[in-house]
Design a protein around this ligand. Structure first.
Ligand code: CA2
Length: 156
């Protein structure tokens, strides 16, 4: 009799976006580009599917909601990709939650923080991140999906 095999499906990658990223593509395109967040979501879903992975994509303007989403990822996600936006520079609460995760966390910023105002040079989130991608615009999210796929493959 043929042996039964059970294929376990990898949990989704949580892709979390902080305050004002819902305005992407509509305001300040000279700084953040013309791609909207809805387009980034579609691109990430396709990129993840190419690796046999799925995503859960959120944006929130509220710090506590991002903490809740990170806590959900702790039990229901395989990895986190986070653009904490302005909260990266201020939120110890988000860092604390990231440090409680046992899954890879990739921090993404559209712009290169080090080319910008000095108050953007520090990101608390970076202290808890597995890796950081910045300055590549929307492409940075796709590179983060690739990095997660590689990390998960290696750690399987
Ligand atoms: O470069 C990034 O991805 C940032 O995380 C974007 C944040 C900024 O506070 C960080 O320093 C760097 C800002 C997101 C706000 O996005 C807007 C998009 C269009 C119009 C206004 C804001």
């Amino acid at each position: 009799m043929a042996k039964k095999t059970s294929k376990s499906k990898t949990l989704p990658i949580y892709i979390l976006n902080g305050p004002n990223l819902n305005l992407l593509g509509h305001r300040e395109p000279e700084v953040y580009g013309y791609t909207t967040l809805a387009e980034i979501e579609k691109m990430c879903a396709a990129q993840a599917a190419g690796h046999g992975l799925s995503i859960i994509f959120h944006q929130s303007n509220h710090e506590g909601e991002i903490v809740d989403q990170l806590q959900e990822a702790r039990t229901s996600g395989s990895a986190v990709i986070i653009n904490p936006a302005g909260y990266g520079h201020t939120s110890i609460a988000i860092l604390d939650t990231i440090q409680a995760l046992k899954i890879p966390v990739i921090e993404v910023h559209l712009s290169n923080l080090h080319k910008r105002e000095s108050y953007r040079h520090l990101s608390y989130v970076s202290k808890g991140a597995t890796g950081i991608i910045m300055g590549l615009g929307a492409q940075g999210y796709l590179r983060a999906v690739d990095a997660v796929a590689q990390i998960l493959k290696v750690s399987k």
